[in-house]
Design a binder for this molecule. Structure first.
Ligand code: PMP
Length: 432
């Protein structure tokens, strides 16, 4: 495995870009091209990509349908997203409104998940006339001033000067924590009691924002039903529920199309945010809310790049591909196999505390053998070993980054799942 081209670029990167941009690997790599579930770096090394699926590439690298839609649209027109009628935006908004499950839904497009959540906060605080927000401990919601302010994972939250007042809620993480030993029903009851206690001491906050499964936080696994139980309490007090589906949406979790749907039948969130791979590489984020909430802003607004014709064309082509090829079903089937395979491998490796997840959103939590202490060094070592063996993984977690994150493009085949699982198993066995 050679590294020279990437090494040179790394030196230039360090000299001109901010120090706080997180970069993977001791020797960071430049990815130059991709196809399907594979990518290549500037030094010619080939990797099976078990992480890009949750970032930019929901379906497949260089998906011909998306490339065609983008190049055709680029050759036709890209103009202001919102000052003139934008046909692909209306087309995609109609489809997402319907898929969201939110009645009388309106959709607003942004360029990122950060901006989507920022807009959701603007809507919720304006609608409820409150600048208090409930957020989950260990959560991640973006990198803008308002979203770092509410982000519960303080490793990703560089300021305490937020314009919002945030109250943090238990429940997003099951591993460790005060209620870790309780069964599902007991865990939910304890978290609900916590929430009720908190709400008993404050005026009703504007909203609770939560990721159905925490992404940056390490693909955590709160018990099904938690958010339905929270919802009941929130409704009684007039507090809105914002589901941040930036990582969990579009069928990735296999059983359900949205992450919130795993939590039971208490209805859709008041506001839903999405982003990342829906454009399969083109920058799309967005907010879906009931008309009554979306239209609570009474001054003008515009967005130059949120929902450009080119990103909307990509989103339409990608969403069509995703639905026509039942990639949710693929995530369920292939993801299920992958989880089984990783659990079997993990049973032989004392450093693995648990393999958790759903569909193609799988977390592997590492601990120091014989203890329950998170082991970020082991996670970093496995990441490096897997890369050297041709597999890209992600990592995440709370105060320490001790979980590996597996989130391949949703077209992953059984053979690729087997191949990746074998590499990951070797990497796990190689540490210590
Ligand atoms: N919400 C969640 C749950 C995320 O995982 C992320 C990105 N990691 C964001 C919001 C922010 O999205 P972006 O990076 O597109 O601004």
């Amino acid at each position: 495995m050679t590294q020279d081209a990437s090494r040179h670029l790394f030196q230039r990167h360090r000299a001109v870009l901010p120090d706080w941009l997180a970069l993977y690997y001791d020797d960071p790599i430049e990815i130059t091209h991709g196809e399907g579930r594979h990518v290549w770096d500037a030094d010619g090394n080939k990797y099976l990509d078990f992480f890009g699926g949750i970032l930019t590439t929901m379906t497949a690298h260089a998906l011909p349908e998306v490339t065609k839609a983008v190049t055709e649209q680029a050759g036709r027109i890209v103009h202001s997203s919102t000052l003139y009628l934008n046909r692909p935006m209306v087309d995609l908004a109609e489809r997402i409104a319907k898929l969201s499950g939110i009645p009388d839904a309106r959709v607003f497009f942004t360029t990122s998940g950060t901006e989507a959540n920022d807009t959701a906060l603007l809507l919720a605080t304006t609608h409820r006339r409150s600048n208090q927000i409930l957020a989950m401990r260990n959560s991640y919601h973006g990198r803008s001033f308002s979203t770092v302010g509410i982000t519960g994972n303080k490793g990703w939250s560089p300021t305490s000067l937020s314009p919002l007042q945030t109250l943090y809620v238990h429940g997003g993480v099951r591993t460790r924590g005060p209620y870790a030993d309780l069964d599902d029903a007991g865990f939910i009851a304890a978290c609900v009691a916590d929430l009720e206690d908190l709400l008993g001491h404050v005026r009703p906050p504007a909203a609770l924002i939560a990721e159905p499964i925490q992404g940056v936080g390490g693909f955590t696994s709160p018990p099904d039903g938690l958010y339905a139980a929270f919802r009941k309490v929130l409704r009684e007090r007039g507090v809105l529920w914002i589901a941040d589906e930036v990582q969990t949406g579009w069928g990735r979790t296999g059983e359900t199309f949205w992450g919130w749907q795993a939590h039971g039948a208490d209805g859709p969130p008041d506001i839903l945010t999405f982003a990342k791979g829906i454009g399969n590489g083109m920058s799309i984020g967005g907010v879906v809310a009931r008309a009554e909430i979306m239209n609570c802003l009474d001054s003008n607004s515009i967005s130059t790049f949120g929902g450009t014709q080119i990103t909307m064309a990509a989103g339409l082509a990608n969403l069509t591909y995703l639905l026509e090829h039942d990639l949710q079903g693929n995530a369920r089937r292939v993801g299920g196999l992958l989880i089984e395979r990783l659990r079997a491998a993990a049973a032989q490796v004392p450093a693995v505390r648990e393999v958790r997840g759903r569909g193609l959103m799988i977390g592997v939590e590492l601990v120091r053998p014989g203890t329950d202490s998170a082991d970020p060094e082991a996670a970093a070592a496995v990441l490096e070993a897997a890369r050297a063996d041709g597999l890209l993984l992600g990592k995440g977690g709370g105060h320490s980054t001790s979980a590996l994150r597996v989130a391949p493009p949703m077209t992953l085949t059984v053979a690729e799942a087997e191949e990746g699982a074998a590499i990951l198993e070797r990497a796990l066995r190689s540490i210590r």
